[in-house]
Design a protein around this ligand. Structure first.
Ligand code: PLP
Length: 287
């Protein structure tokens, strides 16, 4: 079956899904995006993702391309046309097409493109044995809280991870503290059993999965703190994991050359992964 994409009001074959060369997303990375997970035919945490899209747009002073209800209807149509049970919807809004010039154009209309694809759930090996992350310098700008399409540092970091046999790269700020992964948030569990993740600020993207996990941890009465943690603390942690809409809670069992815990997924990470999956299938789902 051929894939279908959405481009500015039209559903088109994926191979012909095109935007203009003077789209400001292409020329200036002047745009934002969201990724919503579809699991067993339902969207996971759709409303918080759309709220974050609105926030990102507002921060860049780009008008929403359409109302919330219309957008949700188009997302569903895209999922239906691509016959997706488990996968993701990618949506990108840019400031639109205009003659190339740095200031905001006066009359450009925002461009909206959406694609959808199937994804596989993480393998049993990943779930049980975890993944390796490397640490790299965080070379991004000062507004990492906005989900912009300006992802070049993230792309370079992820590539470096791959070339080092790792799944993800944890970016490290000038103080030696971990900010986040290139497409995931970073978590550790200290030797005292305390769950740690960096607090939301301009230094990280406030992950929707991160927020859901914090909510679940709170309900379960787990001890958690939102604060920066150093690479050294991370290497001495009892457990570590990453979170994102598409990786859920994925255990981390190696950071650079240091093995975390006993090299297997930790009990707290596994417990949170299970509770997140239950949440994604129930309370967090919208049909
Ligand atoms: N941090 C970065 C830099 C990301 O790109 C992402 C997701 O794309 C995340 C964290 C996780 O966010 P979410 O849980 O909303 O997928």
């Amino acid at each position: 079956m051929s894939r279908i994409a959405y481009v500015n009001g039209r559903f088109v074959p994926h191979a012909h899904a095109e935007v203009h060369v003077e789209d400001r997303g292409y020329q200036f990375a002047d745009g934002v995006y969201e990724v919503v997970l579809v699991q067993n035919g339902v969207m996971v945490d759709e409303i918080p993702h759309l709220d974050r899209l609105d926030r990102s747009l507002k921060e860049l002073r780009i008008d929403p391309p359409m109302g919330r209800g219309a957008l949700r209807a188009q997302m569903r149509e895209l999922v239906r046309l691509n016959r997706i049970r488990t996968g993701l919807v990618y949506m990108q809004v840019t400031r639109g097409v205009a003659k190339r010039d740095h200031p905001f154009p006066k009359d450009a209309r925002p461009s909206l493109v959406m694609t959808a694809k199937r994804i596989a759930m993480p393998s049993n090996d990943v779930v049980e044995n975890g993944v390796k992350v490397i640490t790299i310098r965080d070379i991004r700008w000062e507004r990492c809280d906005i989900k912009t399409v300006a992802l070049l540092p993230n792309v370079l970091g992820k590539q470096q991870a791959r070339e080092n046999g790792a799944y993800e790269a944890w970016q490290v700020d000038g103080d030696g503290n971990v900010t986040e992964g290139t497409s995931t948030n970073a978590w550790i569990v200290t030797q005292d059993g305390e769950l740690l993740t960096r607090q939301a600020s301009n230094d990280i993207l406030n992950g929707i999965t991160r927020l859901s996990i914090l909510k679940l941890a709170d309900r379960q009465g787990l001890k958690f703190v939102e604060r920066p943690f150093s690479v050294e603390e991370a290497k001495q942690a009892r457990e570590a994991f990453i979170s994102s809409a598409t990786s859920f809670v994925t255990p981390v069992t190696q950071i650079d050359d240091s093995v975390i815990g006993n090299g297997k997924a930790g009990t707290l990470s596994t417990g949170l992964r299970d509770s997140y999956l239950a949440y994604a299938a129930g309370e967090g789902a919208t049909a």
